[in-house]
Write a protein that binds this ligand. Structure first.
Ligand code: ZN
Length: 323
């Protein structure tokens, strides 16, 4: 794998020590709230408060005054950044805030921004903590009840565990692996598809969720066949990027058209993928005015640019893998 490729993935950047041993401390919440240095990342409907008025684009972190006894809070760890407003070693917490609490913190809704917009302009530290915060808060939002008995679960370990008070089951944050694949043919053209849920001129790499009991490599072969009708071979892992919209991690692979396959025989599945096209590098460059490529924060964009050998000055919203 190319280290340079991994460093180009906006949401894979991080500058926090997750400090997992402290999560289990029984006095964690009291210790964090009594420490005047602790900073809180409030998250409101997936958005964070942003300061674009000073140098660069920075998340606005609050004091622990915004925490209430019933706040869903998660301990994110210790900031490692030396160029952030807070000193290295600052404990960081995230909290999901209500509409009223968000309004009290900052009533101007335009100052609350989403991760996709921030991911290409915010620092490694800020992008990393917002990605971590969204991923774990999204998990909490959909795992409030015990999967065995349905009882309401209790948050423990600094927000990294939920426990059932009836049967003692512990549940831990999950993430859904999805593969995304740069398929090439013998002429080194790539296969792009247009998803039924997008505008009809938006094209991206094919992607899909890994099924239970399936290797990543098997998922690459299966998904490419399901979505295009083509058999591919030689899946090679490139790198990964968390994609907390709401709970994915995107695993990038290359693969090539299998021997004996004719790229013209592709059949879009008609449900997820409505159109498929092969692009040479020249054809892709020539198409930039007529097609929409995946957004700058997506792993798909980085994979296409890596194949192309250059960064594209082409702005659009990112794509997202869907079930
Ligand atoms: Zn239970």
């Amino acid at each position: 794998m190319s280290f340079a490729f991994q460093t180009r993935l906006p949401l894979s950047r991080h500058e926090v020590d997750r400090d997992h041993t402290r999560r289990v401390s029984p006095t964690l919440l009291a210790d964090l709230t009594s420490d005047p240095g602790t900073r809180v990342l409030p998250v409101w409907h997936g958005k964070a408060l942003v300061d674009r008025s000073s140098n660069g684009v920075n998340l606005v972190l609050a004091s622990t005054d915004v925490l209430t006894p019933d706040s869903l809070f998660v301990y994110l760890g210790l900031s490692l950044a030396t160029d952030a407003p807070e000193p290295a070693g600052t404990p960081l917490v995230t909290v999901s805030v209500t509409d009223a609490a968000a309004k009290a913190i900052e009533p101007d809704e335009s100052r609350w921004e989403g991760l996709r917009e921030l991911a290409t302009v915010a620092s490694d530290r800020d992008t990393g903590i917002l990605t971590e915060a969204l991923a774990v808060l999204n998990w909490h939002a959909s795992h409030q009840n015990c999967p065995r008995c349905g009882a309401e679960t209790i948050v423990e370990d600094g927000g990294w565990t939920r426990r059932c008070p009836v049967d003692g089951s512990q549940i831990f944050p999950r993430t859904d692996p999805a593969i995304i694949v740069l398929v090439t043919d013998n002429d080194d053209r790539i296969l792009l598809g247009s998803n039924a849920m997008w505008e009809n001129n938006r094209y991206s790499l094919l992607a899909g969720f890994v099924e239970p009991g399936e290797s990543l490599e098997a998922a690459v072969l299966r998904e490419m066949h399901e979505e295009s009708g083509l058999r591919v071979t030689d899946p090679v892992y490139l790198g990964s990027q968390p994609w907390p919209f709401p709970a994915s991690i995107m695993l990038g692979f290359t693969a090539r058209l299998a021997d004996g396959q004719d790229g013209r025989d592709m059949i879009p599945d008609g449900e997820e993928i409505l159109d498929l096209r092969w692009f040479s590098r020249d054809e892709l460059r020539a198409s930039l005015d007529s097609i929409i490529l995946p957004g700058r924060s997506s792993i798909a964009r980085a994979m296409v640019e890596s194949w192309l050998g250059e960064q594209l000055d082409h702005d659009e919203q990112p794509t997202v893998a869907r079930r």
